[in-house]
Ligand binder design. Sequence first.
Ligand code: ZN
Length: 226
Amino acid sequence: MVFRRVRDGTASRPETGRVLGVDWGVKETATTTSDAHDLRHPGHGRKAQTKLTRYDRMMARRRPKKGRPASTGYREAKRLRAKAHKKVARQREDTGRKWAKKVVRDHDAIAVEDFRPRFLAKGTMARKAADAAIGATKAALIEMGRKHGRDIRLVHPAHTTMDCAHCDARAKHRLPLGERIYTCTACGNTSPRDKNSAHVMLVRAGLNPAGADGARPPGALLQEAA
Ligand SMILES: [Zn+2]
């Protein structure tokens, strides 16, 4: 299955006639088919990460020997670390909720990359922070969509960075991460890589960016483009 629908609640917001595609990323937490709804990765993650690293080191230095009770210093470092961690989580959720509210207010149907963090255990600090931000933002969007009866469609992420949103051709090779522009060898379409992916989400979910009701199947769009 290409996408799955999040169960609709009762519509509590007026219809907008607009649909949105959402692609998740590291620098931009969300790149969407509408420039006004893109979400940059909020800076508070980084500052807090620096703090967390500092407390981690403090804890490592003060770690009690086996069988010995933890020192006051160790417990204090642990307390500070937990506090800093909680603060970031709260900020993250707050940012996610604010964004989700705006997205849900402005769109009837939203096609979302069904992102599953795979690098949470390993990966760089930036990657971990990005994964956590995406996780919180996606959860907020699903919750907000449900609450207001919006049509949220989770799109399987396979090949979404390789497909052309314009003609549906699939690139033969994965784009290198540094390559920010998607160029289609089949139709010549070039667009910013993440914007292309956001459009692919729409097509995959069966939503037509040009359609007012957002209910036309992807085939209709593809035939028109051909
Ligand atoms: Zn193309």
